[in-house]
Design a protein around this ligand. Structure first.
Ligand SMILES: Cc1ncc(C[n+]2csc(CCOP(=O)(O)OP(=O)(O)O)c2C)c(N)n1
Length: 390
C-alpha cells in the first residue's frame, strides 16, 4: 500500500475518502479497498451491532441525565461510525487518549458500562483503570490529550514497541495551542501517534467554518504531518484510513492526522441548547447521512440484515442499556470527606484547611439522617495526623 505523501495535498482539491454512500451503496476505492478487504459479512454485522449498541448507550445515558441520575452527559449521536471504525481498527496494546465524547471508543476498548457514567454521576474523579483497557480517562481540557498521546508515543518508540498512541479530539480543539504543540513534537520526533479529529461541525456554539477557513485536514501538512479527510459517517472508510495510519506508525512512518467529517446531531452536552444557534434544516441534512442507516441499507440490500438479526441486535442494545441503568443507579454515594483524599500524597496545609472548613459545614447538618458521621470521625483522625505532621 502506498504511503500518503505530503505533496498529494493541495489547497482546494482535498478529497474525502468514502466507501459507503449515504444511501448505502458500496463505492470502490483503488487506494483504500485493500485496507478493508478482510472485513467479511460477520464483521460488518458486528460493526453494525457496535454502532446500534453505542447509540443505545448514548440515549440511555441522556435519559438518565434528564431523570436526574447523572449531572451531565456529552452525547455522541451521529458520531458512531467515526468512533467504531477507528476504535475497532486498534490493537489491544495501542493506547487511546480521548476527550469526554469518546464513549463509543471506550465501549470498543472494553470499558465496563458503569465506568462510562461514574464521573458524570459525580461519584468518582475518574471512570476506569487506564491500564486495564489501554485508554486514558477522558480529558476535559480541550486538546490537552494530544500532548499526552505524543509523549506516550515517543515513550513507546524509545521502548522499541510498535504500539501506537491515538489522540481523539474535536474540530474546536485544533484552535488550541496544545494541539499545535503536539503536532510539532510529533513531527519532530516522528512519533507513532494518530491525531484523530472528529469534525462534528461545532465547538459548542462556534461553527467550524469560523475557526478553520480551510478544511481542518489541511493544517497538518504545514507541520510536516500527512493527513487524510474521511467521511466520518462511513464506518468502513474510517476503518480503512485508520488502519493505513496505524500501519504507517508501526512501520516507523510517524504521525498521521485524520479528519473524520461527521456531525453532532444532539446538543454539545445535556446542559446545552443547540436550537439557540443552529438551524433545524442543518440537522435534517445530516440526519440523511446517518452512519447507522447507511450500513443498515447496505447490509439489507445484501440480504445480511434479516429481521431476525435486526431483532437480536436491538435485544442486545436493550440489555446493554438496562445494565448501564442498573449499574448507574446502584453506584454508592461516596463519603463527602473522601473528596479530599488522594489530592496530595503527603500532608498539605491548603487541603487541611479546606477539609476543616467543609467538615464544619457538614456539622451544621448534625441531627439530619444524612449526616455522614463515620466520614466526620475519619476526618477528625486524618486532621489530627496532618496537624502532627505539619
Ligand atoms: C482549554 C479549554 N478551553 C475551553 C474549554 C470549554 N469547552 C468545553 S467543550 C468546548 C468545545 C470543544 O469543541 P470541540 O473541540 O470541537 O469538541 P466537541 O465537544 O465538539 O466534540 C469548550 C470550548 C475547555 N474545556 N478547555
Amino acid at each position: 500500500m502506498d504511503e500518503i505523501h505530503l505533496g498529494e495535498l493541495h489547497l482546494g482539491d482535498i478529497d474525502t475518502v468514502q466507501l459507503l454512500t449515504p444511501e448505502g451503496s458500496r463505492l470502490s476505492d483503488a487506494r483504500y479497498d485493500a485496507w478493508v478487504a478482510d472485513v467479511g459479512d460477520e464483521q460488518l454485522l458486528a460493526l453494525y451491532e457496535d454502532m446500534v449498541v453505542i447509540r443505545r448507550i448514548d440515549t440511555e445515558a441522556t435519559a438518565l441525565q434528564r431523570q436526574g441520575e447523572l449531572g451531565l452527559w456529552p452525547p455522541l449521536l451521529g458520531q458512531e461510525a467515526a468512533q467504531v471504525g477507528s476504535g475497532r481498527a486498534l490493537r489491544r496494546d495501542d493506547f487511546v487518549f480521548s476527550s469526554y465524547r469518546e464513549n463509543g471508543v471506550a465501549y470498543c476498548r472494553g470499558a465496563d458500562l458503569t465506568d462510562l457514567v461514574r464521573v458524570w454521576r459525580g461519584t468518582t474523579a475518574s471512570g476506569w483503570d487506564p491500564y486495564a483497557i489501554n485508554m486514558a480517562t477522558p480529558q476535559v481540557i480541550i486538546g490537552a490529550q494530544t500532548l499526552h498521546a505524543t509523549g506516550y508515543a515517543i515513550g513507546v518508540q524509545n521502548d522499541g514497541s510498535d504500539a501506537v498512541a491515538v489522540a481523539y479530539f474535536g474540530d474546536g480543539a485544533t484552535s488550541e495551542g496544545d494541539v499545535n504543540e503536539a503536532l510539532i513534537f510529533a513531527a519532530t520526533y516522528s512519533a507513532p501517534v494518530i491525531f484523530f479529529c472528529q469534525n462534528n461541525q461545532w465547538a459548542i456554539s462556534e461553527p467550524v467554518k469560523l475557526q478553520a477557513q480551510r478544511p481542518v485536514a489541511e493544517r497538518a501538512p504545514g507541520f510536516g504531518i500527512p493527513s487524510v479527510r474521511v467521511d466520518g459517517n462511513d464506518v468502513l472508510a474510517v476503518m480503512a484510513v485508520t488502519r493505513l495510519a496505524l500501519d504507517r506508525a508501526r512501520g516507523g512512518g510517524g504521525p498521521t492526522f485524520i479528519e473524520a467529517v461527521t456531525y453532532r446531531m444532539g446538543p454539545h452536552t445535556t446542559a446545552d441548547d443547540p436550537t439557540r444557534y443552529r438551524d433545524a434544516s442543518e440537522v435534517e441534512t445530516w440526519r440523511a447521512k446517518d452512519p447507522i442507516a447507511r450500513l443498515a441499507a447496505y447490509l439489507s440490500e445484501r440480504g445480511l440484515l434479516t429481521d431476525e438479526r435486526s431483532e437480536a441486535v436491538s435485544a442486545k442494545a436493550d440489555a446493554v442499556a438496562a445494565e448501564l441503568r442498573a449499574g448507574c443507579i446502584a453506584l454508592p454515594d461516596p463519603e463527602p470527606m473522601a473528596v479530599f483524599d488522594h489530592v496530595y500524597s503527603t500532608a498539605h496545609t491548603g487541603i487541611s484547611r479546606q477539609r476543616d472548613h467543609y467538615s464544619r459545614y457538614l456539622r451544621t447538618f448534625v441531627g439530619d439522617d444524612t449526616t455522614p458521621s463515620a466520614a466526620l470521625d475519619q476526618h477528625d483522625t486524618l486532621h489530627q495526623q496532618d496537624r502532627k505532621a505539619s
